[in-house]
Ligand binder design. Structure first.
Ligand SMILES: *Cc1c(COP(=O)(O)O)cnc(C)c1O
Length: 354
């Protein structure tokens, strides 16, 4: 008799938000839709009747050129999400000890649990992570693998290059270093990661590069790990349309860099506006090294619900909200809505106090 696995009994499909919102500031995507003229010509080349290149060699070359690294160290995935799943599945046996920190990207625990690893999730003190904490924790928990994002989603805080080097050189674990937001900061290990035997670095086209719809993630690692990863992934994991379009887009380095600077400007402006307004329902606005802003507030759900009524979607956590920066108009609409929330909130406080 087939017995339905216990681990699937309480599993629910990932559905970050339901409903239609005019302004989406919840998923850390780029607010810039890339110009179709750049990749229109690629459509003519696509052979839909043929399987795509299993290794996406041309795309990997374009990605390698963009970051000035070698394409022999790159494995491409259907989003870095898929790569996390493949790595956990292929590189870790069942019951392997996977160390994560909380808060961090939820998919690390999700895929590790699904693979029947033993997940050890440690709370971050003051939301911060240091090399000493990671090294000590790896040792104490006897972790086979440690996974974290740098800079971190959702805290938007980061560890500097030297700290990460110290970690990878002082742990016995496999280190999965998720640099999904490193385009917004300058502390990447991408140019040295191939010299380490225990590190797989992840990048994504979904955030700074503005291609979330294409579903592309990249793993950068030494040759041995790369060979194994390419062998373990499913053969045609990245479709031909995404491969060609992304290749064309990555060849337009100037445009991507210009868009990146627009996003950085937007997040800086939004950060300053939020600090200046000094809303009383925000307890703390964290520094940002990403394209989003993380804020401590006891009214996370209330604020998020209020904004939803204005067709603005942000991400609410327990005690925090995370706001992706949008275009100038989107940020303006967000600030106007928060101003209004401040007014109604003050009124209610006044009523409650009298
Ligand atoms: C968005 C995000 C990803 C997923 O990226 P995809 O390539 O779209 O799957 C991975 N890690 C972190 C930390 C993210 O925030």
């Amino acid at each position: 008799m087939y017995s339905f696995p216990k681990k699937l009994k309480n599993l629910t499909p990932y559905n970050p938000i339901s409903g239609e919102y005019k302004i989406r500031l919840d998923a850390n995507e780029s607010f810039i839709n890339l110009d179709k003229d750049i990749y229109k010509i690629a459509i003519d080349e696509i052979l839909l009747n043929r399987y795509p290149d299993p290794f996406a060699k041309r795309l990997c070359k374009a990605f390698a050129d963009f970051y000035e690294i070698s394409s022999e160290n790159i494995t491409v995935g259907n989003g870095s999400d898929e790569l996390i799943s493949v790595i956990v599945n292929a590189f870790l046996p069942k019951k392997a000890r996977v160390l994560t920190f909380s808060p961090d990207f939820s998919m690390y625990n999700f895929y590790s649990n699904l693979n029947e690893c033993k997940v050890i999730s440690l709370d971050k003190e003051n939301l911060e992570l240091t090399s000493d904490i990671v090294i000590d924790s790896c040792e104490k928990t006897k972790a086979d693998c440690v996974i974290f994002s740098n800079p971190c989603n959702p805290t938007s805080l980061g560890m500097e290059y030297d700290e990460i080097i110290k970690i990878v050189e002082n742990v016995n674990s496999l280190v999965i270093l998720d640099e999904a937001y490193m385009d917004f900061w300058d502390q990447s290990l991408i140019s040295v990661v191939h010299t380490y035997e225990n590190v797989i670095l992840l990048r994504t086209a979904s955030k700074a590069l503005g291609m979330a719809g294409l579903r592309l993630g990249f793993a950068v690692a030494n040759k041995r790990l790369t060979y194994a990863l390419r062998a373990a992934k499913s053969p045609y994991n990245v479709n031909g349309v995404s491969q060609l379009i992304a290749e064309r887009l990555l060849l337009n380095k100037d445009i991507l860099k210009k868009n990146l600077s627009l996003i950085v400007k937007s997040v800086e402006a939004l950060y300053l506006s939020l600090c200046k307004r000094n809303y009383r329902f925000f307890e703390k606005i964290y520094d940002t090294k990403t394209n989003f802003i993380f804020i401590k507030t006891q009214l996370a759900k209330q604020i998020s619900d209020f904004l939803k009524e204005k067709s603005i979607c942000i991400r609410a956590f327990d005690g925090y909200i995370r706001i992706t920066c949008g275009s100038e108009e989107e940020n303006k609409a967000l600030l106007a809505a928060l101003d209004e929330y401040e007014r109604t909130w003050t009124d209610e406080k006044g009523r409650n106090n009298s």
